[in-house]
Design a protein around this ligand. Sequence first.
Ligand SMILES: C[S@@+](CC[C@H](N)C(=O)[O-])C[C@H]1O[C@@H](n2cnc3c(N)ncnc32)[C@H](O)[C@@H]1O
Length: 235
Amino acid sequence: CSSRRRRASETCLSNENIRSFISENTEVVVGGSLTPEIKLRLFTPGCRFWRERPELWPFSDPYWAIYWPGGQALSRYILDNPDVCRDGSVLDLGSGCGASSIAAKLCGAVHVVANDIDPVAAVVTKLNCELNKVEPPDCVTDDIIGSDPARFDLILLGDMFYDEKLSDSLHKWLDRCVKSHGSKVLIGDPGRAQFEGHDIRKLLHPVAQFELPESVRQENYGLTSSHVWCYHSKL
Ligand SMILES: C[S@@+](CC[C@H](N)C(=O)[O-])C[C@H]1O[C@@H](n2cnc3c(N)ncnc32)[C@H](O)[C@@H]1O
């Protein structure tokens, strides 16, 4: 399925149709992650597209259908330490299924922006908020990396360091966010090579480590734990 065809199908379907399609082709998952208190619509072996030919999938690759180990650690950390976002403004960059935004909402953040360049992720985030009975965050689908950073007290990145070029752009942009607004940055990552070997790693200090549940280990071959890091730029 070409990216042009995918984009066409995304724009032709109304948000209501995307919601129905997502509801039919995902399952509500409770438990099995580091944050069993957050319910999410995800891909499971019971879903049609788990087995179906990939070319029949009408959208871009559904990163939002997986609760990534980096996002799990980040959300767990927030739920265990609600003061990091209470009464503050939070940007969840690369929000995927929206779990970290939901965690921030549950912990009393006053303004949450879930940013993901995949418009389907925005629809799914709203569905997941309904499941968890929280007000949806502002869902933004523009690529904001590289733009003039808006002021946020806290920026969350769950499993965003999986690609070298993206990691380079994130590094530069996060540096600007910290220098211009003093934003606190928390990164969840399960020890991916692109993260461990990146220059940004030298500017981070560890704040938490979680052992991954067995089912998450099985889905993420070779990963056993996931970490939360805090970004310290030299101001
Ligand atoms: C590995 S997933 C992580 C999702 C979620 N944070 C989690 O941990 O479950 C990465 C997400 O980043 C999004 N993404 C990729 N490039 C992006 C960009 N430039 N700006 C915003 N989101 C982006 C993808 O669409 C995807 O949903």
